[in-house]
Design a protein around this ligand. Structure first.
Ligand code: NAD
Length: 487
């Protein structure tokens, strides 16, 4: 099957339906389940990245003016290490896991057998358009599924690069790309899938989940939220500041689901932190950050206006302590720090997803932990401190998709940790083996032989049989002996 054949003016319901039928036929043929096929596809993905590194970096530059180093580290290298990790673990992951049997099923053997779900849909977001598209696809392939990738239309260069390159490298009878926006995604969502993996905002997640409900299709929803950064006074200020800058403006200029949304610190410490931020920001991005090549631009005019509206809010009058410059033509907004923003300011009531950083002051950080309980659970929460007791309080009191102490976003780079949200920040998780699990069904298998066919489980029921069953089910060895010998 050639993907060009599927690219028509408008990709509608009929196209989506025939695409799913074709992939279903491939899946039914069984080749996606074969270990060698999975490995071959993953290796082809790796080859595609190696052959086209410059094209991929150019696409990311065109979509977001992502600095080359950032594009390489946070997109290409992430995908490559995900492929490597999967290739190393896959044979083992695919094996059935032997588990114990119990007296109730004696004699028997029991195992958990992972099997692919079938034909799955991956809908991706624009901010890390390469990584967020391919990482779930790696999970889907590794688990033996056929898959359709729908990249984001908001990052059109990366999307069209996928449509061009993927068919040159991977098996298009099982893996397809569909480009497009709302109409194309809606056509896809009308179909029956065995899993939908969606990355994006909570509003569209509800559209996805509603569509999935029609066929009881399971979903993984990778969403966002307002990730707080708690900063104690007992820290290495320079390291904290550098990591905060890296985890805000160094992550796609704040356009990242796990970037620092706002800082919560104590009244006394805020001025020191702000001074340090100003100093290090200049070292990172120069005297005029609007001219820096080392910072991404805002993705498009819609998002620029969304951020401008947050910045122009009357409630922010006198609150900008650093930055604030904007350039609509270049879609640039400078790293901007806001201090003591009122709770009802727009910037405190939606995910910022951009270069504005409010600093909220509290009497104690413990109060900040408490205050978080009344808010939606974020995708990540961060704490900078040397204080052991404070760390413990943070770990037990704060609920978020993931927690990280003394850094920002880095938990995402550990494939031994699941990555995903909780509550409003998402459902399910992935990365490493968790990606394989997300796209697998864990089939329970119990095997018995024909021996040991205890008559106690069959009618006619007698008080003696009931006594024996009671003893068996309560695991009482003496009870079993008594029942067997009528004692
Ligand atoms: P987006 O605009 O790219 O949308 C995501 C996908 O949804 C796209 O493929 C788009 O075509 C599709 N879509 C949009 N409207 C639709 C509709 N009405 N019906 C069907 N499909 C539709 O991305 P976005 O939503 O702006 O992404 C930003 C959000 O995603 C933020 O909240 C961010 O925190 C979150 N995010 C989460 C993660 C994560 O891994 N948890 C990663 C990146 C972004």
């Amino acid at each position: 099957m050639d993907s060009v054949e599927l690219k028509k003016e408008v990709f509608g319901s009929k196209d989506a339906s025939s695409l799913v039928d074709k992939l279903r036929a491939t899946f039914a043929g069984g080749k996606t389940k074969i270990y060698e096929w999975r490995v071959a596809q993953l290796k082809c993905l790796m080859k595609m990245i190696n052959d086209h590194e410059t094209d991929i970096i150019d696409a990311l530059r065109s979509d977001l003016s992502k600095p080359v180093t950032e594009a390489f580290v946070s997109e290409l290298a992430m995908v490559k290490s995900s492929i490597d990790f999967t290739l190393k673990g896959l044979k083992h992951w695919m094996k059935s896991e032997k588990v114990k049997s119990t007296i109730t099923t004696f004699p028997s053997s029991a195992e958990i057998m992972p099997e692919p779900l079938g034909v799955v849909l991956v809908i991706s977001a624009w901010n890390y358009p390469f990584y967020l598209s391919l990482d779930p696809v790696i999970g889907a392939i590794s688990a033996g599924n056929a898959v359709v990738l729908k990249p984001s239309e908001i990052s059109p260069s990366t999307s069209s690069l996928f449509a061009k390159l993927l068919p040159e490298y991977i098996d298009t009878t099982a893996i397809q790309v569909v480009e497009g926006g709302v109409p194309e995604t809606s056509a896809l969502l009308e179909q029956r899938w065995d899993k939908i993996f969606y990355t994006g905002n909570g509003k569209v997640a509800r559209v996805v989940m509603t569509a999935a409900a029609k066929y009881l299709t399971p979903v993984t929803l990778e969403l966002g939220g307002k990730c707080p950064v708690f900063i104690d006074s007992d820290v290495n200020l320079k390291v904290t500041t550098r990591r905060l800058i890296g985890g805000k403006w160094g992550l796609n200029n704040g356009q990242a689901c796990i970037s620092a949304d706002h800082v919560i610190t104590t009244k006394d410490f805020a001025p020191k932190l702000i001074e340090s931020l100003k100093h290090e920001l200049e070292k990172f991005f120069g005297k005029d950050p609007m001219e820096s090549e080392d910072i991404s631009r805002i993705v498009n005019l819609n998002h620029f206006h969304r951020l401008k509206k947050l910045l122009d809010d009357d409630k922010l009058s006198g609150k900008i302590v650093h930055g604030g410059q904007t350039d609509e033509k270049k879609l640039k907004i400078a790293p901007t720090i806001l201090l003591d923003v009122p709770d009802d300011a727009l910037v405190m009531n939606e995910e910022i997803f951009g270069p504005l950083l409010p600093i909220v002051t509290v009497e104690t950080l413990e109060q900040g932990f408490e205050a978080l309980r009344s808010k939606e659970k974020p995708l990540a929460a961060y704490l900078f401190t040397n204080n052991k007791k404070l760390k413990e309080e943070f770990l037990t009191k704060v609920s978020a998709g993931g927690l990280l102490i003394n850094d920002i976003a880095l938990h995402l780079a550990n494939p031994y940790l699941p990555f995903g949200g909780v509550g409003e920040s998402g459902i399910g998780g992935y990365h490493g083996k968790f990606s394989f699990d997300t796209f697998s069904h864990k089939k329970a298998v119990l095997s018995r032989s024909f021996i040991g066919d205890a008559s106690a489980r069959y009618p006619p029921y007698t008080p003696g049989k009931l006594k024996l069953l009671r003893a068996l089910l309560s695991g009482s060895f003496i009870g079993i002996i008594r029942a067997l010998f009528g004692l």
